[in-house]
Design a protein. Structure first.
Length: 555
RNA sequence: UGGGGUAUAGCCAAGUUGGUAAGGCAGCGGGUUUUGAUCCCGCCAUUCGUAGGUUCGAGUCCUGCUACCCCAGCCA
């Protein structure tokens, strides 16, 4: 109960509260209704969390319904991936997954009912004519010459449509509403069209398919949906939704409410653009970790609970929005901070030789797996004469603000000893190749007795015992906050959205299972990519650690 | 004067009968720290798109204006 009280309310929950209090409804039923013509993305997650979250909190139900009225664009691969993604997010739909196509027979009969009431007619006008007669935003439309065909003839035509006697585009069934309506969707909308297409659910049974506006409301009513939640662009369509429900014989009155869709900075969330990114090979596929798809963010290392938390935090309103990426990142950092075991990994290795350390000695030092959680225990980390440190953690000279290794100065090697840099080698290009150091054997697990202080703490990995690993670092996919607003959004793709490092990781990481997650101390949260093998370890950086120092030094 | 919507901090967002602007993210100070992380402490809207009006009192009510989003698929 307390959990429910902690849920942020929103205008939809307030409507539900009222409907429950007034007795309009005694229980709540929602549905998540994707068209199986693409992969789900973080925007869908918002809708999923809304619909399933309401069902959970009000002890109601939420159906998964595939809005599959356009077979040419849909297929089973998409329905399967959608089921997988909804499940991954942690939600369970009521009963079996539904399909709008389950209702094709009923839909057909309701269409007949409309014809019988004189509220629908078969129009043989060409699509061009239909468009021309529809009028414009500011001018009313004109009636179709087929608008006054008799009910009997319309019934016969519709039957012939179903029988396959008419070609695609030859005619359509239109609701007879109002050609002068200020709502364009009410100007005698097409509700059935001819399509000789194979359907993934109904096969070749049908050659006419109902349109969204006719199908959705009826499907909701059939399923007993009380609150039908969709995005803002359907606000006008609500008039048609209500018109259909009012004019057919069905004893359920679902209500549609619209909320604003999610927009996320530095990415795109439209199906068309996502398809383009994949088809034009700007990314490696639907599950590329840079993609805002559920599959992509999952592979990137986001957890279901972090995505749910994000959806909770962004709220539900009717306001157009462009949410900052930092909102999403904060959710996964917060979770990983408490759950991810710490490890050491060097992304860009620089060789360190400890001159006063025995040649072939390997010391297995204890390292704590989590600074705030003793139950996560410890592990052994090998310490040897040659180590790798992060290239950016060493400078020949630096100012006081540089809390890392500097010639003649001392730092603490994380989980190990104090280390002092004596000199370094460079190649012909002036690039530092090796740093020669000495360590203080009396500083393991304690500070030096003479009170010396380390300039900082840096991570490291044994050169001989560490494992090479491919480390994939990701940056925003686009260089502008709102690529969708550009003339050609692909022109703003960030060429450095993926940077691959050949790093070295501590040996305990060698057998980490795919998808397992860690904090690589000082560099971020990482997970094992599906490409990873024992011979070729691959890690994805989910998100970096918060780095106030780097920010301040950017100017 | 087509219609439908939306305007509260850099971003997201509470604010429901008018009573004196929640919270989160980001940011900024300071403390702790063997992660420049975490954690802790403090700061961050005299003002709610704008101009008027009503009122003792307006983010909430009224009027005008402005900006932005959506609608002319046999897509959803």
């Amino acid at each position: 109960m307390a959990e429910i009280e902690n849920r942020p309310s929103n205008f939809i929950r307030q409507i539900i509260d009222k409907d429950l209090q007034s007795g309009l409804h005694s229980s709540v039923s929602t549905r998540f209704p994707p068209e199986p013509n693409g992969y789900l993305h973080i925007g869908h997650a918002k809708s999923i969390c809304l619909n399933f979250g309401i069902a959970q909190d009000y002890q109601g139900t939420c159906n998964l319904r595939f809005d599959d009225t356009n077979p040419e664009k849909e297929d089973m691969d998409f329905v399967n991936s959608i089921k997988e993604d909804v499940s991954w997010l942690g939600f369970t739909w009521q009963g079996e997954a539904r399909y709008s196509s389950n209702y094709f027979d009923q839909l057909y009969m309701f269409a007949r009912e409309l014809i019988e009431k004189g509220l629908a007619y078969v129009d043989f006008s060409s699509q061009e004519t239909v468009r021309a007669l529809r009028g414009t935003l500011k001018e009313p439309g004109q009636n179709s010459p087929y608008r006054d065909t008799s009910i009997e003839e319309n019934l016969a035509h519709f039957e012939k449509m179903r029988a396959g006697d008419y070609k695609e585009g030859e005619c359509s069934l239109r609701a007879k509403i109002d050609m002068s309506s200020s709502f364009m969707c009410m100007r005698d909308p097409v509700i059935y069209r001819v399509k000789f297409a194979h359907h993934h659910q109904t096969g070749d049974k049908w050659c006419i398919y109902p349109m969204y506006d006719f199908t959705h409301c009826i499907s909701d009513a059939i399923e007993g949906i009380t609150h039908s939640l969709c995005t803002l662009e359907f606000q006008d369509n609500r008039r048609l939704y209500d018109w259909v429900i009012e004019n057919i014989s069905i004893d359920c009155t679902p209500r549609q409410y619209e909320f604003s869709r999610l927009n996320l900075e530095y990415t795109v969330l439209s199906k068309r653009k996502l398809i383009q990114l994949v088809d034009d090979k700007h990314v490696d596929g639907w599950d590329d970790p840079r993609m805002p798809t559920i599959a992509g963010i999952r592979r990137r290392g986001y957890t279901p609970s972090s995505v749910r938390e994000f959806c909770l935090r962004i709220g539900v309103t009717k306001m157009d929005n462009l949410v900052e990426m930092s909102m999403l990142e904060a959710c996964i950092r917060e979770e990983m901070n408490v759950s991810a075991p710490r490890r050491m990994a060097v992304l860009e290795p620089l060789r360190v030789v400890i001159e006063n350390y025995p040649e072939d000695q390997v010391e297995w030092l204890d390292a704590i797996n989590h600074p705030m959680d003793d139950t996560m225990g410890t592990r052994k980390v090998p310490f040897t004469k040659e180590l790798f440190i992060e290239r950016e953690d060493f400078k020949e000279s630096a100012n006081k603000k540089f809390k890392r290794l500097v010639l003649e100065k001392e730092v603490r090697l994380r989980n190990a000893y104090f280390l002092k840099a004596n000199r370094c080698d460079k190649d012909d290009k002036g690039e530092i190749t090796t740093v020669y150091c000495t360590y203080d054997a009396d500083t393991l697990g304690k500070d030096p007795e003479d009170g010396r202080k380390a300039k900082g703490v840096i991570h490291w990995v044994s050169a001989s015992e560490g494992k090479p690993a491919e480390i994939r670092l990701y940056d925003r996919l686009f260089t502008v906050p709102n690529p969708a607003g550009e003339d050609e959004f692909t022109a703003t793709i960030n060429p450095e959205s993926l940077i691959i490092k050949q790093g070295i990781v501590e040996p305990s990481l060698a057998d980490a299972p795919i998808a397992s997650a860690f904090q690589f101390e000082r560099t971020g949260y990482f997970c094992v990519d599906k490409d990873s093998t024992p011979e070729n370890l691959v890690f994805n950086r989910t998100v970096g650690l918060r780095d106030t120092w780097a920010k301040q030094n950017q100017g």
